[in-house]
Design a protein around this ligand. Sequence first.
Ligand SMILES: [Fe+2]
Ligand SMILES: [Fe+2]
Length: 157
Amino acid sequence: MAASKKKTTTKPTDAITLLKQDHEKVRGLLGSLENATGARREKLLAQVEKELEIHTTIEEEIFYPAYREAAKKKEDKKLYYEAVEEHHVVKVVIPDAHEGNSPEQLKAKAKVLKELVEHHADEEEKEMFPRAKKAMDKEELRDLGAQMEARKKELGA
Ligand SMILES: [Fe+2]
Ligand SMILES: [Fe+2]
């Protein structure tokens, strides 16, 4: 039997660390996208699209439902509904970022996309994740992290 060359992590990353790592990656890509043109822009945009598709999927399938379940206060649940709506807006805007008549228009579209995603990621990091940490114990967060890690692989991350 050949030894598996697959990278295995001994300790699962907790859910919040994993999601924050995704955010950092996308922030970096969006920062480069704003000033990119031509083929490089298309390549970066495709990467952003793929990263966001995977990230929003694992949040919507795994993290958000667990958060909603754990969130007891009205204010905490409100964050869940807002987050789902913001994902929807990002998904509407992304295809449009490919279309533009002028470099100025393309740049503006990249900027708006970046602002939308940053606003959403900041809100998760500053509001939802701290509340999730209070509402769920460490074991649960590690378990969610492991589930999301596995789902990311399935989705081709
Ligand atoms: Fe999100
Ligand atoms: Fe997120």
